[in-house]
Design a protein around this ligand. Sequence first.
Ligand code: BG6
Ligand code: MG
Length: 218
Amino acid sequence: MNKKGFIFDLDGVIVDTAKYHYLAWKSLANELGFDITLEQNEQLKGVSRVRSLEIILGWGNKTLSDEQFSKYMAEKNDNYLSHIAQMDAGEILPDVPKTLNYLQETQQGIALGSASKNARKILQKVGLFEVFQAIVDGNNVSKAKPDPEVFLIAAKKLNITPKNCIVFEDSVAGVTAANSAEMISIGIGSQETLGHADYVFKDFTEIQTSFINELIKR
Ligand code: BG6
Ligand code: MG
């Protein structure tokens, strides 16, 4: 059977941590005297921690000293980590284990391609660390999504050419990154937000084994 590289984003694809990022940023914005909507939050998905804070400050028309900026970054991460501390395997999104198991059974390459610097910690919390043959996260890249770097490094670590890789992503920036890497992009979310992906599914419960087989064979 053919071997392909399946590269998974973490937040919002494997686990629903996107909601915790949102809660933590929202509470920070509230502290600064404004609010963030769910629509605005879409633009933060897949975006690095530093860049997210810059974008949020722009929305609130706020400027911070370097010292304050660092303080708020740390505060957001502490808030986020307080949610992560409660996580266990129950927070893995529906049918993600089924897909991962199938990919393991068929001996496909499985990698993580995430912007998060907390990715390894989260994989350990939910018991999926061992499933990934390669992990590329926010600590390993110099250029954030939508730059394709994270996925290109993952492909290299798997020793599979980019055109034989498939990326699962819930963010606009991540789908753009996968497309720029010339990989097959699978959006997890709404067609409205992720219309630039090659395929879009609401979640993994919509992804059939027959579809995975087609990807493996192509
Ligand atoms: C991405 C999330 O996966 O990681 C973003 O979609 C987040 O919302 C980014 O800002 C960085 O995560 P962390 O855990 O390093 O703050
Ligand atoms: Mg994501």
